[in-house]
Write a protein that binds this ligand. Sequence first.
Ligand code: GLU
Ligand code: ZN
Length: 492
Amino acid sequence: MADDVRVRFCPSPTGNPHVGMVRTALFNWAFARHTGGTFVFRIEDTDSARDSEESYDALLEALGWLGLNWDEGPLVGGPYGPYRQSERMRDGVYSDVAQRLEAAGFAYRCYCSPQELEERREMAKAERRAPGYDGHCRELTAERIEAYEEEGRSAVLRFRMPDQEWTWDDLVRGPITFAPDQVPDFVLLRANGEPLYTLVNPVDDALMRITHVLRGEDLLSSTPRQLALYSALGAIGVTDGSIPAFGHLPYVMGEGNKKLSKRDPESSLQWYRDEGYLPEALLNYLSLLGWSMGEDREFYGKDELAAAFTLDRVSPNPARFDLKKCTAINGDWIRTLSVDDLIDRIVPFLQRAGLVTGTVEASTSDVLRRAVPLVQERMETLSQAPSMLGFLLVSGSDFTVDEADAASQLDEKGRAVVAAALSAVTDLEAWDAESIEGALRAALIDGLGLKPKLAFGPVRVAVTGRRVSPPLFESMEILGRDVSLERLAAAQ
Ligand code: GLU
Ligand code: ZN
């Protein structure tokens, strides 16, 4: 059991969940599922100034919506809880470890004021020395400490970095080495006793028995510090001395080959939900950012992903976020849905557009069941549903014709075409697509000698309100005779 894979996803609840974060969660989830390991979800909320309850809720909601179920974490608990660092902090987990590190000499109090640090940093820069902490307080005498305390200085707790090279075999990038002067002594506790990320993150990875740390490349530079802290935790008996393997996932680049920023609207998960991307499609697409299944397979569900997910297929090269491709994959996923499933997913969009009321009436449901297959082929996002189907769901004066389309299609000639169409279908015996098509072709193409585009364009705008619509004859069938005639009459 000791070898079982344990991975974690440990976001800080600041702001809205973004796609980079989801990609990290997904890779950890897939690796856990592939290996039969455990997917731990931990909330790193020790920064009260930046963290919010709203963002915490949004994170839980996001993973739930995506279907990335976690084995240990908030809501489900687990043997290493609590899984919110704010709660662990209240339980004294970090202050206890900090004290033990200090008592064993792995950490020391640093009394340097921010100004002093800044001055010495400037000086180091001018003299072309490494600008990190210079070890000033490493070996303070008891008298010196007393004097500082009397001056009323407060102290942070600093980790004493051993003077050595730091090397690990990155699961994604291979061997990586940092020179000793690249990793200066770092702060574990603020002067007010608040623990920092540099302490809480590796301490929790250790206490939660994490075996593999898979996270973004932006965190690569913190790995040497964590390795050092890990061995100290082993030395003071917090862990058995084992150290997790680290793998750093490639950056996700946005437009113009810049790192996708939290400020880009299409980096926010909520944007995809609002636009009507399916969770299946988003996961599918995000899995392609730095990983590949091979054999050019790019369309698969998350269980297939889990079955195939190995780390040797993670690439160290930056991945480019391509919204067009993501949208195309979404369209492919929409086409895999059953009509009933697709209806269930578009109803909220129709409701938001005011086209459907809270409870879907039987007549609406019937219209949707007949109309959705007509648009499923062309729909790329669920948010297109209101504009594609709206004309079938409104009645009377709620039906409007697009102004620009009316101007181009319903000029004098166009209105004459509509008038001819109206008389052609008024007395049709059977109101079905085939009969409607037959009557219109006979009247407009054979009778008036029009090209199909000139014949059906005006009719389409009159009946659907737009130049681009689902197939015309089927639409008229679903609309019914009365409404179709009414719209033709209004437009002629
Ligand atoms: N809370 C950290 C973050 O959101 C986690 C870093 C890590 O995965 O180690 O950046
Ligand atoms: Zn100092």
